[in-house]
Design a protein around this ligand. Sequence first.
Ligand code: ADP
Ligand code: MG
Length: 693
Amino acid sequence: MDVSEPLSEILATTSRHLKSLAEIGITRVADLLNYFPRKYVDFSAPKKFSELLPNEEATVVGTIQNLKTFRTPRGRTIVSARLISAEGGLNLTWFNQTFVARILRNGDEIAISGKIQIGLRGAMTLVGGSFEKISDEMIHAGRIVPIYRTHGKLISAKWLREKIFPLLDYSAQLPNLLGELTPELTRGLTVETATTVKNLLPRGEAIRQIHFPDSFAKLESARATLAFEELFLLQLSALRRKLDWQIGAAGSARKILAPQNFLEEFATTLPFKFTAAQKKASAEILADLQKDLPMNRLLEGDVGSGKTIVAALAIFLAAKNNCQATLLAPTEILAAQHFRNFLKILHPLGIRGELLTGSIPAAKKKDIAAKLKSGALDLIVGTHALLESKIDFQNLGLAVIDEQHRFGVEQRTLIRKNGTPHVLSLTATPIPRTLALTIFGDQDVSIIDEMPPGRIPPITKIVPKNKRVEAERWIESEVAKGRQVFIVCPLVEESEVLEIKSAKKEFERLSKKVFPQLKLGLLHGKMRPKEKDAAMAAFAAGEIQILVATTVIEVGIDVANATIMLIEAAERFGLAQLHQLRGRVGRGSQQSYCFLFSEADSEEAQSRLHALEKISSGFELAKIDLQNRGPGEVFGVRQSGIPDLKIAKLTDHDLIKKSRELGQEILAADSLLKNFPEILKKLEEMDERRENN
Ligand code: ADP
Ligand code: MG
């Protein structure tokens, strides 16, 4: 038997189950073995009620009685029950987690873990516990039991436990990538890293322990092993790309030199002072530009943090060095907006620029192309159209790419075709440095983590269900004062089609029932670029008062008069995504607002959204979410192109550092990975996936 065997050959189950599994990408034995538990419940050593101490986390076992749901005068919903065992009873309480009452029944035998508190009348109470029903649902009930993410009606945690357990014997056959590391290789490592590598479990054992751990210590070793492997592959993949770039492009870029005090002198042409963060990022860019190794740098900063001016500085310097520059933007609207902003700054300094997008007439395009070729233009701002048309530069020295993940491979084509210019990518996605270095390790990163002074931050409010109508009437009155509104429809990460369907429905409902007297527009991802641009343009021109949109609302779009952002089902978004949506408003001089509508009443969801009310830094918000969720989930794979980490966490600083060290060591010893065929195979698979999305 073989781990690449289709599950249909091996599992005793129905075709409906198999189909359901295939929906989440599980078709082979190996896929199921790589479907790791989401969490664990410790049934190995339940505590006696008499041993419980206040403020401690504990797991106890018993039978549910007296299950009740009620509301407090202050509007909180409480579920309470009594847990009975041979020893006596214990109170259970859940705040704002009404779903508990739907899942549990009196008489259910459960194991429950949570924090012990002193409740009413001094009684020990377990608050907000997570629980699992016992009985035939458990495999080996007296152990640490894995809880899996469920899918649909059929793929339950119980079902997964039953099916995965007998497959564990196959786990020894999974490729043991880290097993390819030789003692000679690890000799070059620091003692700490070598020790970590030595203590990794064999892969088969790690897989066994991650599913059905013998102890929490074993679980931790298994997690560390698999997380190390995951991080190591990401790092190695990024390091390989960087090496390729350095070898392939060394000496090929034009040195763009800055005169003494260039930064200070450029600053005197501006109506404001650079923030410290802008100065630092600028200095990093200037240092890159003077080398003949092409720059490959990502400039990150919140919406409105002032990335444009930093990019403009680089473009200006390129022109002073007789190099041309290009700026690529993902949509016509953004390209046009950038063009206006750049020219405002650069035109007075003598920079000659043009805009090239799909809707520019052919004759004009030809004229622009001729000027670019002859060197009569210093800057060309444009969209994909730049990539498609026959554009030749006289000498391209610098390419600035806005929201680079939206371009994929085409941008590389443009850049390669025109020699190897310095590349500066801009993004408003607040990716913490550790993540950026792990996932985009081939790029250097500059971060602008400070806002220019004097902004009026948006007021953010969670709107409970019973205040919805009130909020809608208030929006109406604001529109009457001339303001404009974004309404963002619920995110459906699994299916854009479903998302668009629900957005269309919502648009109908809002147009007919809620705001019949106002002008509404619709914007979603499956509209053609022209239609999208038309909708955005109508909104920017004030012809539309409320724009109903899916999450495609253009990052970076600037409509000063839009002051209200309303987000439906806000709990489905990562905090960083919510923050970016919020960044669409608050660009003018008026007070702006962000309303978060949410149906989720779990404490966790509420407290996440609450963070958004209090915190205005995108980086802070991303960090909060990244402690509990994978990066793909936090930033949205679809919006950001950032893949998820399966098991590693960004808080694994130690593992990140060590895996990077190992990656560097391997490449130094064997840059083609000739002696690491399984690792190489895996990396090639990863590269292929990158190219394809
Ligand atoms: P980003 O591209 O990072 O979203 P922009 O570069 O568009 O942000 O800057 C937003 C606004 O802030 C622009 O109007 C810009 O002129 C202004 N701005 C940029 N830097 C500063 C600064 N240091 N002080 C004051 N205003 C600034
Ligand atoms: Mg911008």
